[in-house]
Ligand binder design. Structure first.
Ligand code: GLU
Length: 530
């Protein structure tokens, strides 16, 4: 048994990372960190038609955003690379050749069409279309090209102990012999995946339960690869680093249940965000995501739900991973996020809000979001960043002043985009609904005139002084204070929903406030007349 656990997260880079894959990454990472192990991030890009550079980069960026650091991988480097599967082809070919020489592969000359016809015939005859050497026609005698299949046992069973699912047994007679080499000489993914696990000393395979079914053939292959030093000879042949003397093969498996929506259906856009970049854009903190994903199918013994990374590492173990599907609850995630936002230090929160103001994460357009491909809503068309990148000292001071006004009420960081314009733009656009509902009320223009007069005369520009100036207007005008506050709020912030009014006004330059109130007077008169 090797002393150091080695795990790998091995995504195929086609598209964005979705929550299911990120949870797989996280459980691998937690296992490595909890056991002084090594976390490997391998990119399985053998299917060149689907793999993209952009996707690979986005996966690495997502990991960096989540704060999951990898000991070995494409970005991290490491002694047992390359960590990009497509750069290991020579090794895969050398292994395939050795397997062929060892007599464990056999030729299947059928074309895809012939194979399909054969399957249909079997089904018609009520026979399972399982490809075995015994059911594969022998060489035709001409020089047809052939795929090379791995000859699995014809009968008997194999049992694999899964840390999540317990003992799982397969009947070999139900397992088709997998193609390891295509007719054009390319090796296939099942071979590459197993070879790399062995060559990189992986001890535990943790992945989604959709891959449980490939485990028997993979274990069979692991054994062939480690028998008689086959892999070691192949590594030496192609000049890749030798394995450590104590490396054997993966001995532990953990297949994670699916993640479903609250309706128990497969997770999709209907359930809100599913790609991890989307969570960033929507204002979730990476620590919320890490905490929440860890709870999808796992929980510490003491039932705590709020755990930071170190606490997760200390408590994590596959023995507490559930085999039933985990439900993704966006409302719960959002509430968790709000709690964590409230606990952030104010300076820290200010820093975290910058990407939502400087254009890094523009607001998403609710109109296009649902239809957009790959779960991405397009940004709002005419949205302009509210601060420069990096923010100027003045912008930073305003933002820092805004933080205590919004921290309590935010559940997502992107909500700052709703409150911030009033504090950062010169030309304020008043929300039409607020104009109608508030400025259109009788007396609103009088309130604004009186507020302008009082604020102009004020000596101190503090929240207390501003309150002291505005409160008495209720008595003076014979109305409730709400009828004073609301028109001023709409005039100054553009909306009837804003952070606390006096503090908001304090945070703005006095002239800007006076100009806004003045500009709103004719708007109120018009709205009232209409
Ligand atoms: N590359 C595979 C996938 O993205 C994962 C294979 C594995 O974990 O064994 O589905």
């Amino acid at each position: 048994m090797p002393s150091t656990p080695r795990v790998r997260f091995a995504p195929a880079p086609s598209g964005w990372l979705h929550v299911g894959s990120v949870r797989t990454a996280l459980f691998n990472w937690l296992h490595a960190r909890a056991n002084d192990g090594v976390a490997i991030f391998r990119i399985e890009d053998t299917d060149a038609s689907r793999a993209t550079e952009e996707s690979m980069d986005s996966m690495h960026d997502a990991m960096a955003w989540l704060g999951l650091d990898w000991d070995e991988g494409v970005r991290a480097g490491g002694a047992y690379g390359p960590y990009r599967q497509s750069e290991r082809k020579e090794l895969h070919r050398a292994v395939a050749r050795r397997l062929e020489e060892a007599g464990v592969l056999y030729r299947d000359e059928r074309t895809a069409e012939e194979l399909e016809a054969w399957r249909n015939e079997r089904r018609a005859a009520d026979l399972a279309p399982i490809v075995k050497r015994s059911t594969t026609p022998g060489p035709a005698g001409d020089d047809r090209t052939a795929t090379l299949r791995l000859q699995l046992p014809e009968e008997g069973t194999i049992t694999v102990t899964d840390l999540v699912r317990g003992d799982v047994t397969w009947d070999w007679s139900h397992e088709s012999d997998p193609v390891l080499v295509r007719s054009n000489g390319d090796v296939t993914y099942p071979l590459a995946n197993s070879v790399d696990d062995i060559a990189q000393g992986v001890t535990l395979v943790c992945r989604g339960e959709d891959l449980l079914s490939v485990t028997p053939r993979q274990v069979f292959l692991y054994d062939l690869l480690t028998r008689d030093g086959l892999i070691d000879d192949a590594l030496a042949e192609v000049g890749l680093p030798a394995r450590e003397p104590d490396w054997t093969r993966p001995t532990e498996f953990a297949h994670l249940s699916m993640i479903v929506g609250m309706d128990r259906k497969k997770l999709s856009k209907r359930h809100g965000s599913v790609s991890i970049q989307e969570f960033a854009r929507k204002g979730f903190l990476p620590e919320t995501i890490v905490n929440y994903l860890a709870l999808l199918g796992w929980g510490p013994e003491d039932g705590r739900e709020r755990l930071d990374r170190d606490e997760l590492v200390a408590a994590f173990g596959f023995d507490r991973v559930s085999r039933s599907a985990a439900a993704f609850d966006t409302d719960k995630l959002t509430a968790f996020n709000g709690e964590r936002i409230r606990d952030l230090d104010e300076d820290e929160l200010a820093d975290r809000l910058v990407p939502y103001l400087d254009g890094t994460y523009p607001p998403s357009n609710p109109d296009t979001e649902d239809d957009a491909p790959d779960h991405e809503g397009g940004p709002v068309a005419d949205w302009e960043p509210l601060v420069s990148s990096p923010p100027s000292a003045e912008e930073r001071a305003t933002l820092r002043g805004l933080v205590p006004l919004v921290q309590e009420r935010m559940q997502r960081l992107d909500e700052v985009q709703r409150y911030a314009p009033a504090f950062f733009v010169d030309e304020l656009t008043l929300e039409p609904a607020s104009v109608q509902k508030v400025l259109g009320k009788a007396g609103a223009a009088d309130v604004l005139r009186a507020a302008h007069r009082e604020l102009q005369a004020l000596d101190d520009w503090t929240a207390e002084a501003i309150e002291g100036a505005l409160r008495p207007l209720a008595d003076e005008l014979g109305i409730g204070f709400g009828k004073v506050a609301q028109p001023v709020r709409v005039a100054v912030t553009g909306s009837q929903v804003s952070p606390p009014l006096f503090e908001s006004i304090e945070l703005m330059p006095r002239q800007r406030v006076l100009d806004r109130i003045e500009a709103a007077i004719p708007v109120a008169e018009d709205a009232g007349a209409g």
